[in-house]
Design a binder for this molecule. Structure first.
Ligand SMILES: [Zn+2]
Length: 130
């Protein structure tokens, strides 16, 4: 029996987001015109529509807005790992990200968010203890 593979289709910006991450820094797009930090990545700034966006390290600190368990997925690959613990995190840098929550963080907890690649090279954002 073969194991399902994770979805592999990503936009060019999705690959750039994955490749920009480092082991100990969260790297997101920063608008060079208005300094807005944005996630998910886009071709233009969500605030001023300028297209001068750089990948830069930003504060990885943030506060959990909500945590929950994902109990189903339309992707066969992810059905093996459910339930997934997830947390929405409001980064101090601005945007809200959805992160894997293996530390049982709940609303109001301070966390750090860093990116890592799974065994198939897909980016996972993970909530970590600060
Ligand atoms: Zn901007």
């Amino acid at each position: 029996m073969s194991h399902p593979l994770p979805p592999s289709h990503r936009t060019p910006l999705g690959f750039q987001l994955r490749d920009a991450q480092t082991r100990d820094q969260l790297v997101l797009q920063v608008c060079q015109q208005c300094e807005t930090v944005q996630y998910p990545p886009r071709n233009v700034c969500v605030n001023c529509l300028d297209n001068d966006l750089n990948w830069q390290p930003v504060s990885a600190e943030g506060k959990v807005l909500a945590s929950n368990q994902l109990h189903s997925s339309v992707e066969e690959y992810y059905q093996e790992g459910i339930p997934f613990e997830l947390a929405s995190v409001k980064l101090n840098a601005g945007p809200v990200v959805l992160a894997c929550n293996s530390i049982d963080a709940t609303a109001g907890d301070q966390v750090r968010v860093l990116g890592e690649q799974d065994e198939h090279g897909n980016l996972l954002l993970r909530a970590l203890k600060p």
